[in-house]
Design a binder for this molecule. Sequence first.
Ligand SMILES: NC(=O)c1ccc[n+]([C@@H]2O[C@H](COP(=O)([O-])OP(=O)(O)OC[C@H]3O[C@@H](n4cnc5c(N)ncnc54)[C@H](O)[C@@H]3O)[C@@H](O)[C@H]2O)c1
Length: 386
Amino acid sequence: MAKKPLNIALVGYGFMGKTHSHAFLQAPRFFDVPYQPVLKAVVARNADRVRKFADTWGYQSAETDWRAVVDRKDIDLIDIASPNDTHAEIAIAAARAGKMVTCEKPLGRTAAEAQAMVSAAEGAGVANMVWYNYRRVPAVVLLKTLIDDGRLGRIFHYRAQFLQDWTISRDLPQGGEGLWRLDAGVAGSGVTGDLLAHCIDTALWLNGSIAEVTAMTETFVKERTHTLTGKVEPVGIDDASAFLCRFENGSLALFEATRYARGHKALYTLEINGEHASGRWDLHDLHRLQWFDHRDEGRVRGWRSIHVTDSDHPYMKHWWVPGLQIGYEHTFIHQFADFLLGLGEGTPTPPTFRDGLATDCVTDAVLKSAKTRQWEAVPAAHVKVA
Ligand SMILES: NC(=O)c1ccc[n+]([C@@H]2O[C@H](COP(=O)([O-])OP(=O)(O)OC[C@H]3O[C@@H](n4cnc5c(N)ncnc54)[C@H](O)[C@@H]3O)[C@@H](O)[C@H]2O)c1
């Protein structure tokens, strides 16, 4: 059957603009989806560079102001891949114009911003999704299915870390292209909203809601030159963030993220320990799931390393022959294929904006606890807006 066209406008052509564009092109080639993405427009502020990006990736037009694509009648979906301070304004305008909206993480810089985005999207009844792509790593999906099958039994512990080392130098400026992550006004927060948000989204998905948190954050380099003003200015982001928490299911957890762990570039690891079994995953070895089942025969019991490449593993029948691996970029292809399948069936594709709000509620509580030095309850994000 012929696929229906889905006209897309992408906002932002940086790191994520490329992963999304690649997903738009590859999803209908590898997955049997009911829609054909049409790369209608790409938006970014520099006219020459956005034109070049449009030519490289096959976008039919280039714009320098996102408002132009919100107003265009020939656009069905606005995809937001620009810095965090742009997410709410663009998403709310797009939803009000009746467009579907997909948005990079974190959904908002704060839960209040995310709540406004949820209200706009749910109020307009438009399809929406947040690009928490680690939910689409086959090994992580395999772990989710084992947890849902009850293979772990009662859950006692969850722990996750996301470690990087790229901001240790004092000479690195804040603000502007590439370094907007160091500018609290643009990013909202530091590693809490950037790296921990990924860990939290996966954790909420695998282990349910978080009830309360106690956190500490640190800004190791307190002043940096601002690229836009040329002046040395205070740094408002957290360079490192760690928290303890209690999940609603009674399990205890530890989370840590930093950009000051020398030697680590993007080490996202997670582990979950249950009564019968444990699972462990590591982004640097993303096609493997480490699995221990205490019910195995004692003589051969031990951690096994499952190479998640077989055709009965999640997503893998769409790729190469068993034994051959896929990578980071495929997580975005999987997520967009799921979104197109959801559209065909008329069902929301998680993580939705409401799921993104749930993560922002946790990151807000983490930042609050770091200030108050108290345990902070995480507000629920489950009340639907009519
Ligand atoms: N899912 C993930 O794993 C992941 C990874 C990296 C970044 N992100 C998120 O993706 C978003 C973008 O990050 P990035 O690393 O791609 O950043 P980037 O700096 O590489 O690219 C940002 C792009 O946005 C454009 N831009 C900035 N302001 C704009 C505006 N007002 N209108 C239109 N375009 C504008 C810039 O020109 C640039 O093309 C952020 O929200 C970030 O948190 C998610």
